[in-house]
Design a protein around this ligand. Sequence first.
Ligand code: SAM
Length: 324
Amino acid sequence: MAIRRDDRCGAGRWAIDDDACAGPAFHRSRKRPLRFRVTAMAQKSVAPAAPRLNPAQARILIDTARKITGVAISTDKLSFLELRVSRRLRELGCQDYDGYVDLLRGPNGAAEARYLAEALTTHTTSFFREKVHYDWLEREGLPSLVEDGAGIDRKLTIWSAACSLGSEMWTAAMVLEQFSQARKGGLMWEVMGTDVSRQILRQAAAAVFTEDQIAGIPDDLRRSYLLRSRGEPRLYRIVPELRSRARLAWANLVDLDRKLQITADVAFLRNVLIYFQPEDQRRAVEGVVSRLRHGGYLLTGHSESLADPPANLRQIAASTYQKV
Ligand SMILES: C[S@@+](CC[C@H](N)C(=O)[O-])C[C@H]1O[C@@H](n2cnc3c(N)ncnc32)[C@H](O)[C@@H]1O
């Protein structure tokens, strides 16, 4: 499994490349079990006391990360910050947070700031999360889009705009494929995932999940759309038929690059707006809506209803909007 970065797209596009899969083999049928070897190394050592973060240092870390991703963290969350950043201090051999702040302000500060921003983003996600959206898509959203020619005259595109590991994007792909198979002649469709974290995009491109991570997928869909490794721990990979219809790209929602070329019929913008300040929320919503087709749908997280949606969006159900 290799991830190719196509720099022709300024935003950085990641293609899911099946030809060079170097990871464990995945099977549809029982043939050769994979063996995993676990090596345990016991070492006796006394861990030094972890450095403590004070509110002034926390403010600097938060502001540095926020300038990159828009993610706003309260200075009350000192232990959360310590948990996320302490490993980095150990890796760098920094004795304390003053040393780390100096590094952020030094000549390599910009690169370190990107690393910090990655460490402070939260990637919680799951398959069929907030399932009412997928039920609505099947029942109303997709039929109305197809009636307007999506999937028939042109490709129907679903975009997961803060895709994390890709669970949302692959769930949409499963729903679309089921919908397409139920239609005579099928549909032309694709899914797209973007995220600000390059690290998470690499994982998303592998399309490999643990048993816990696939908990939300019904059995019939598991049989159709997942390959299973043998041995322990058991891993699951999205089938090539879905992988070939997916694209991943880096994109920052609070500063969407004009080169990010997406025209989506449905955009998922879920469980990310809550991390932004109102000004960044507005910027993210406008950027995503400008890449939606007229008549297309924007889906936000159920705790993220838009207090003041742009004039070209009308709300049609809870956290469901249509571009008019
Ligand atoms: C909590 S996850 C939500 C994943 C998925 N949308 C869902 O609802 O399950 C939030 C994701 O937003 C991404 N994110 C945070 N700030 C972002 C930004 N400025 N632009 C794009 N993605 C961002 C994070 O990297 C993370 O993967």
